[in-house]
Design a protein around this ligand. Structure first.
Ligand SMILES: C[S@@+](CC[C@H](N)C(=O)[O-])C[C@H]1O[C@@H](n2cnc3c(N)ncnc32)[C@H](O)[C@@H]1O
Length: 258
């Protein structure tokens, strides 16, 4: 009935799908490096549509368990796995079991939270001795336009867009600080890997940035930062075959509580 809601839902699902296409492989590689396997108890924080939670369920098998949390669990309710528990849970404000999990993971969650240090501390506190914390967050350090007609507009959209979302509490450069934040919490064997993509033309993550900006369209136009024509032109120019840029890097960082 509510088209606005349907559109929002579809847009959210599309954003999640892009994350999965772009980053599931890198996430799995980092998770495999922790040794996650049969019988492990895992906590997936801010699980979104649950692609990582589903993969973890299959990986830990019938004797393992995965708790997938999010503020909004409607996407997760569609997953059918006997060893999955879905919890509506806020990693900053709600209680979580202490010293309980073999693995705690969050991807693209903490950079959105102004209380990200509390979130990270709560995640670390949920680990058993010997357990692994894996945190994956973006860092726009790599984001540069390379070729095509829309490069100036793209560069301006990055500059203005990041300043705007930073004012809302999002840290566009959080990825680089996870390793040090983990060491400060006493985690050991901290290791970091990064993954970024070319965007533009038909490449899979091309729409991610215009889609993120689209949510703030009215503000950008009202503040005079972009005209409506520019906002509409950005995704069109970025989809041109000659457009090329490097997107943000996803830092995958793991550390062990010993
Ligand atoms: C960008 S999405 C990432 C989803 C998923 N982790 C992935 O990578 O596919 C961020 C997710 O974090 C959830 N989230 C935001 N704040 C949260 C909080 N305080 N506690 C738990 N989840 C939160 C959102 O609802 C959303 O599903």
């Amino acid at each position: 009935m509510s088209h606005a809601y349907d559109d929002e839902w579809r847009e959210e699902a599309r954003r999640h799908q892009m994350l999965e296409v772009g980053f599931d492989q890198a996430s799995r590689r980092c998770l495999v490096a922790t040794g996650v396997g049969l019988g492990w108890t895992c906590l997936e924080v801010g699980a979104g549509t649950g692609s990582v939670a589903t993969w973890l369920c299959d990986r830990v098998g019938k004797d393992g368990r995965v708790v997938a949390t999010d503020l909004q669990t409607a996407f997760l309710e569609q997953i059918d796995r006997p060893n999955l528990e879905i919890r509506c849970h806020d990693i900053v404000h709600d209680e979580i079991e202490q010293a309980h999990y073999d693995l705690v993971h969050a991807r693209q969650v903490l950079e959105y939270l102004s209380a990200r240090d509390d979130g990270l501390r709560h995640m670390a506190g949920a680990l058993k001795p010997g357990g692994w914390l894996v945190v994956e967050s973006v860092d726009f350090c790599s984001c540069v336009p390379l070729a095509g007609e829309g490069t100036d507009l793209f560069a301006r959209s990055i500059r203005v867009g990041l300043e705007f979302v930073a004012g809302l509490g999002f840290d566009p450069y959080y990825g680089r600080s996870i390793g040090e934040a983990m060491r400060q919490l006493g985690l050991q064997d901290v290791q970091l890997e990064g993954k970024c993509h070319e965007i533009g033309g038909q490449r899979p993550l091309t729409d991610a940035w215009p889609l993120a900006l689209h949510r703030f369209r009215e503000t950008f136009v009202r503040e005079g930062w972009f005209s409506e024509e520019e906002i509409d032109a950005l995704p069109r120019l970025m989809r041109q075959p000659d457009f090329c840029a490097i997107g943000p890097t996803l830092f995958s960082v793991r550390g062990r509580y010993v």
